[in-house]
Design a protein around this ligand. Sequence first.
Ligand code: HEM
Length: 442
Amino acid sequence: ETSPNAPPCVKGWIPWFGAALEFGKAPLHFIAEARAKYGPVFTVHAAGKRLTFVTLPEHFRIFFMSKDVDFEQAVQDPCYQTASISKESFFKFHPACNSLIKGRLTPGNSALLADHLCEEFNAHLEQLGTKGSGCLNDLVRTVMYPAVMSNLLGKCNAPGHMTAIQEFKQKFAIYDEGFEYGSQLPDLFLREWAQAKQWLLSTVRNMISRVQDNECTDTGNQTLLQHLVTTITDKFLPNYGLLMLWASLANAIPITFWTIAFMMSNPITYRTAMEQIDAAMKKQDKKKTSLTLEDLQQMPYVKWCILEAMRLRAPGAITRKVVQPIKLQNYIIPSGDLLMMSPYWAHRNPEYFPNPEEFRPERWEQADLVKNAFLEGFVAFGGGKYQCPGRWYAIMELHMFVALILYKYEFTLLDSLPKPSPLHLVGTQQPEGPCSVEYRHR
Ligand code: HEM
């Protein structure tokens, strides 16, 4: 009983259940194929939900700005499925939680975190030794997880020694890998995932106890976690902490991997970046390197590389709930539909990004990054009121990390650049295959 004004409806594709693979269509590729077949607006009917995809740039404004679509209504159920936050608690505390993160991670406040983050990166990078080899993705995680956790949650809340780091990496990988399925299915179908989630929840619970018992007085400023503790006053505090932790690591760390992998597989890019890094750093010590925001300002090319990696590996899909019927082209999209848009595919529109598949950092020369403006058509952080509140921190963090690791270590790529995995729509892509590197202190 579809109405005559409804967009074309695609059936038989079940996203998030892996069943799409039986048709030889991974979810990420499915979007582009369905668009080619059904036009720029189409609805996927699956698992009792209606997902209406919008693919035209003129519809993105409606997606981000219209008062007839809602972010909280769209993500409430996934937050319940992935972090067990009750519906009532979610609508009560989400607004405050969003303003808190937005307020703590403005460009100015993110800058205050830079010195401490640089120390943490140094300390964890030195653990790699003077030379070695390994999987680049794993090296990045080993250094970044504990450093970023220390920076945002407090030093006492970051995994300290190698076995703790390994355990955290393993649990987080399982939780992250299953996040999309977990957001759709009850826990009992996903035992290993549910166990990783419980492990992470109890880890966050312990962190909160340490904060409440004032055991985290190492840094002068209040951490993001300390602010969260004073904001959420119900029993779901650890659950919000888990989601915040996931959001702060799940996208930024794969993008760091891709940035370095893209740079190393483009010799001219690598050389250009190294010249800029060496010029800015002069002859600073390579073991205890202090990299300031002023130094980073001397390395715009490195930032372009990061933004270009974000463009090419942007989240597969983001979502809003239609709360009042909206008109798109000649279609009426009924309330209750989940409206979906794909930053990953939006970034492959040649009208905004000529030769979209090419990694070309120079295209960012056009963007006024000093004024914190991105290129037109760039939506890796979403948009509107619920645009990623961590974006300024993310850019600072990645800029710092990439500049530092390349200044300290020389890398050789042992594998060719892996493809992005097309299996997930939530978040940025993981590499599909291995990517080993050799490194040595410069
Ligand atoms: C490359 C790195 C990152 C990317 C690509 C990214 C992307 C996104 C996107 C697309 C959204 C949804 C926006 C929308 O629907 O319009 C989002 C939300 C969010 N991001 Fe990020 N993000 C990144 C890093 C971070 C970091 C480092 C943090 C925290 C320190 C963070 C915290 C959050 C939070 C808390 C939300 C949910 C906001 C809410 O519930 O109101 N993100 N991010």
